[in-house]
Write a protein that binds this ligand. Structure first.
Ligand code: FMN
Length: 371
């Protein structure tokens, strides 16, 4: 029996299997509002057989967007656009849908990756002044962000809470707080980006304070019976940066505050990072979080093969795997994984006739007949 295809609970959220679609920015929204691209992109991923689809980094405020084309949830128009996309998906797929709430901090005001991804300086068309824990740019040649003062911190917390209330109205099944990849909350955690000398900088406890406050306001603003969890960069891959011990401490502090899971990624805060890439390269970090923290743990990063995903679950290295690039490359990855591992998967009835002859029991409930 495949353990990858066993059900899993994240808080009260029941998942059909342990395959999750990782959040993936599309840089295709207009003033934060999704359009037809999102309907097509998310619509096809929703038919994949994965159990949970996590919507891309969704900015809680316009200045918290990475690029001018990021998805947002800070206006009524954003909420209406998302309601349309989610309504279409829900009427055609049982997939559970989460959303990653995000603020880019000093990595805000960037070009899309296909335009080179560089900073758009505040004086350039489309650019704006970023804010961050400290006035330290991501890269020395870039425009420095403004250091958030107490009012600025209050505004960011309030933006997360308001977005969480909008997400609740949209009926999302769960929320992921983006505290990874060098964006605002990770910037608070990492001594490389956080040079504050107030209650939000210096000691580990102080650096964790703002991310934990944001978690608390989001947890309060979202229905108590639905899960809120966090994505964390387990390490900066830079000596003297954020590390796995901090990640375990943060995960334990999140657990005390009702966090339902930890999604373990890495890197993103410094151009100095030296990442040792390879298949499942972040899985050892997930394994450590799972063992030391005891929350459902999601592993991500170069998980591309069904047998690899199966062994991560079977060896208790993580409770679920999330896939990004492999899902774009092969949006039916979960079907193919189920076929390889002798498991069953839900597929839309309109596609049941595609079940290959050699996998007669692949699609749950599949029947077909004709006159
Ligand atoms: C197109 C694309 C967009 C991404 N956008 C996000 C994002 O919005 N939030 C996030 O936390 N990670 C984002 N990531 C990172 C992925 O979620 C994932 O952690 C990373 O790609 C490693 O997993 P993979 O090897 O399965 O692709 C993105 C990755 C890709 C390829």
């Amino acid at each position: 029996m495949s353990q990858l295809f066993e059900s899993l609970k994240i808080g009260n959220l029941q998942l059909d299997n342990r395959i999750i679609i990782a959040p993936m920015c599309q840089y295709s929204a207009t003033e934060g509002t999704p359009g037809d691209w999102h309907l097509i992109h998310l619509g096809h991923l929703a038919l994949s057989g994965a159990s949970l689809l996590i919507l891309e980094a969704t900015a809680v405020s316009p200045e918290g967007r990475i690029t001018p084309w990021d998805l947002g949830l800070y206006s009524d128009a954003n909420e209406e656009g998302l309601a349309r996309v989610l309504g279409a998906i829900r009427s055609n797929s049982p997939i559970r849908i989460g959303m990653q709430l995000a603020h880019a901090g000093r990595k805000a005001s960037s070009r899309a990756p296909w335009e080179g991804g560089a900073q758009i300086r505040p004086e350039e068309p489309g650019g704006w002044k970023a804010s961050a824990p400290s006035a330290v740019p991501h890269s020395p040649s870039e425009d420095s962000p403004l250091a958030l003062d107490p009012d600025g911190l209050r505004t960011v917390r309030a933006a997360f809470a308001t977005a969480a209330r909008r997400a609740a109205r949209l009926g999302l099944d769960g929320l992921e707080i983006h505290a990874a990849h060098g964006y605002l909350l990770h910037q608070f955690l990492s001594p490389l980006a956080n040079r504050r000398d107030d209650a939000y900088g210096g000691s580990l406890e102080n650096r964790m304070r703002f991310p934990l406050e944001v978690f608390e306001v989001v947890r309060d603003a979202f229905p108590a019976d639905k899960p809120v969890w966090a994505r964390i960069s387990a390490t900066d891959w830079v000596p003297g940066g954020w590390d796995i011990d901090g990640t375990v401490a943060l995960s334990k502090a999140l657990k005390e505050r009702g966090c339902a899971a930890i999604h373990v990624s890495s890197g993103g805060v410094s151009p100095q990072q030296n990442i040792k890439l390879g298949p499942g390269y972040q899985v050892p970090h997930a394994r450590r979080v799972k063992a030391d923290v005891g929350l459902p743990t999601i592993a991500v990063g170069l998980i591309t093969e069904p047998e690899q995903a199966e062994s991560i679950i079977a060896n208790s290295e993580a409770d679920a795997v999330s896939l990004a690039r492999a899902m774009l490359y092969d949006p039916r990855w979960p079907w193919h994984a189920a076929a390889k591992l002798g498991a069953r998967v839900r597929a839309p009835q309109q596609y049941w006739r595609s079940q290959p002859r050699e996998f007669k029991d692949l699609f749950e409930s599949a029947t077909f007949g004709a006159r």
